[in-house]
Design a protein around this ligand. Structure first.
Ligand code: GDP
Ligand code: MN
Length: 387
């Protein structure tokens, strides 16, 4: 679960990581009040779980409460990469002498934690990794041993920070590491970490992702989660007991499959066929008409979807029962976009024959996964079955 910046900072504060003083506001009045409380000169920051807010106009400076009200008005309600801004973080603005990058993450291939630091902060770290990889200092930390001073020094000297920032950064690194470990985070990223005019080292931004599997030892995760709104379609799906995920971007192929693994590979195959998935939905082991109708309904409620790839492999679930469910679902729904069905596994022959015997203008059968993916992509391109 990716936390909002304000949530991440609040958690980091508990581990004594220096962060600017700030308050969350969801209205212009609240923003003005927050600015007043902070002494006037503030920065107003859009709270969305996506980077690049600065470039998108979601971060603005204000020199007094009235200005804070005005810029909050511009930022609240703004759309940043498909995320609507519901809250802003109003923070005391400091003067920035230098911007750095610092993060901790899990390096699964090394079975260790990885700390990264760079003097090139405030910019996309992937870009630094591409254009100037030597500018990123890395240290692996054995989780069973933990962090030592030499790790911190290796990061700070390796990244060639301004000498004025060394002391503050070396003090902060073990605190950030402790936060990372104790929060069961998969990522803690501070970009930028800044050196202020008066020589302090402060986390100006915070991206914290916590592992939801660890929720049982973090009662506060539920509260953190409640600030996140689930998209309307995902909520609808959840109500119907379905796992539905909307993907970012402008994909147009909806994907339904049984089992997470099959669904993931279906996404890959659609990509390989030159298409772009819009969303995906896992129906698990279910084959009932009601479940399949619900699944089709949820998928088609996404206006971007121009075709659906329904990919079923029958293991324990019998394919003929799935076919029955599909035919039944077509009877219940007014299906207006083409659905390409690929059935394989237990009783696949019977299932395919049943579909062949119950033709529908919007029902297309394919025997292979790649064949079905290609067909679904083609149909999405030709603007559905509107032939
Ligand atoms: P992101 O663009 O979503 O990663 O948002 P950040 O929080 O990293 O902010 C982007 C940039 O805005 C930073 O690199 C800073 O240059 C600038 N910025 C953020 N907060 C402040 C602040 O308090 N004062 C000033 N002067 N600039 C800030
Ligand atoms: Mn940032």
């Amino acid at each position: 679960m990716d936390l909002f910046e304000y949530q991440g900072k609040e958690l980091l504060r508990r581990f004594e990581v220096p962060v600017p003083e700030g308050r969350v506001a969801s209205t212009q009045d609240e923003a003005a009040l927050a600015a007043e409380g902070l002494g006037g000169k503030v920065v107003v920051k859009a709270q969305v779980q996506v980077g690049g807010r600065g470039k998108a106009g979601g971060i603005k400076l204000a020199t007094n409460a009235d200005e804070a009200r005005e810029v909050a008005g511009q930022i609240l309600g703004m759309d940043i990469k498909g995320h609507t801004v519901k809250r802003v973080l109003v923070e005391r603005a400091g003067d920035i002498k230098d911007e750095y990058y610092l993060s901790f993450l899990v390096d699964r291939s090394e079975r260790k934690f990885l700390g990264m630091m760079s003097a090139e902060g405030g910019v996309d770290i992937e870009e630094v990794a591409d254009t100037n990889p030597d500018a990123i200092a890395r240290v692996h930390i054995d989780p069973t041993i933990g962090i030592s001073d030499f790790h911190a020094r290796k990061l700070v000297f390796g990244a060639k920070l301004d000498p004025d920032a060394r002391k503050g950064a070396i003090a902060m690194i073990p605190k950030l590491y402790r936060a990372f470990v104790e929060l069961d985070a998969s990522l803690v990223e501070v970009n930028p970490l800044v050196l202020t005019g008066d020589g302090k080292v402060v986390a100006l931004d915070a991206k914290v992702s916590v592992d939801e599997s660890a929720e049982y030892r973090h009662p506060n995760f539920a509260e953190l989660k409640s600030a996140h709104e689930v998209p309307e379609q995902e909520r609808l799906a959840k109500e119907k007991g379905l796992n539905f995920i909307k993907l970012d971007g402008d994909g147009d192929v909806g994907i339904i499959g049984n089992g997470a693994g099959l669904v993931m590979s279906t996404l890959d195959v659609v990509k390989a066929a030159g298409g772009e998935p819009a969303n995906f939905l896992d129906v698990g082991g279910g084959a009932k008409a009601e479940l399949l109708s619900n699944a089709i309904e949820v998928i088609t409620s996404d206006g971007n979807v121009k075709s659906i790839f329904l990919n079923i492999f029958g293991g324990i679930t019998r394919v003929d029962l799935v076919a029955e469910g599909i035919i039944d679902a077509f009877g219940r729904l007014d299906v207006k976009i083409p659905i390409v069905v690929r059935l394989d596994g237990t009783n696949a022959q019977e299932g395919r024959k049943m579909l062949a015997d119950a033709p529908h203008e919007m029902l297309h059968s394919e025997e292979t996964m790649l064949g079905a993916a290609k067909r679904a992509v083609e149909l999405a391109r030709s603007d559905g079955g509107a032939r």
